[in-house]
Design a binder for this molecule. Sequence first.
Ligand code: COA
Length: 257
Amino acid sequence: MSIKTATLSGVATIEIARPEKKNALTAAMYQAMADALVAAKADTAVRAVLITGQPGIFTSGNDIEDFMQRPGDSGGNGGVPSVLQFMHALVDCDKPVVAAVTGAAIGIGTTMLLHCDFAFVSDEARLAMPFVGLGLLPEFASSLLLPQLMGHTRAAEKLLLGDPFTGADAVECGLATAVLPAGEVVNHARRIAERFNALPPGAVREAKRLLRAPQTDAVLKTIHTENELFAKRLRSPEAMEAFQAFFQKRKPDFSKF
Ligand code: COA
């Protein structure tokens, strides 16, 4: 299992731990994260959730081998794809979620930050959403939330061109809370999460709901629209060329499409 979970001092920690594959997320890992979020929501001893990675890598996004072998994976609990269960569980989590972005955050590694309440980013981290370059499409409601957050033109740089950006850029455009030295990011994020032990949990939950409520229906609708289109793109010749190029360590060639 490449997701480690533990609850300590009121904080449920979800640690992505697959460093040999740069913390790439498989269906089983999404399922484990979804289950951990659901459990954290139900556990009255949990006051906040911390999502973290490994030194130098938060996550390289969806496992590209999984994209090739199990496009549109529907093997999750109840036949719902595990990635969708993870997305729903994060959107549905009414406790504060703090991300400690310990290093590179690619694809869903960046889009999940849109659904966290705090994101502390290592000063060595690079973020990127290279969906289009992989023949894919924006996901996790990023097509809705990113333009709202930073305006269309800056969202286009990140979503159409897939340009990487720094933690400082992420703070500047409202996607992250603060940049910290690499060695301090997890401890700082944990300290922020632990502050919720001293706050009234009912008021925190209701305040978070109020902050998110105006967008929730649109977010869920967008996740589903994106997902339907994304599933088709996973089977496209453009995506196949991009995936093969990644594993062959070469630039993809889209000139024939
Ligand atoms: N899916 C599957 N395997 C992945 C992966 C992913 N998303 N990201 C990295 N890996 C694997 C590599 O294939 C490599 O495996 P190998 O040792 O068996 O050859 C190993 O992890 C190390 O990756 P590598 O690319 O050599 O590390 P790096 O430090 O040079 O680069 C990244 C790190 C994260 C910048 C780079 O791996 C990367 O761009 N990954 C893909 C990101 C991506 O496009 N994700 C999908 C978003 S939708």
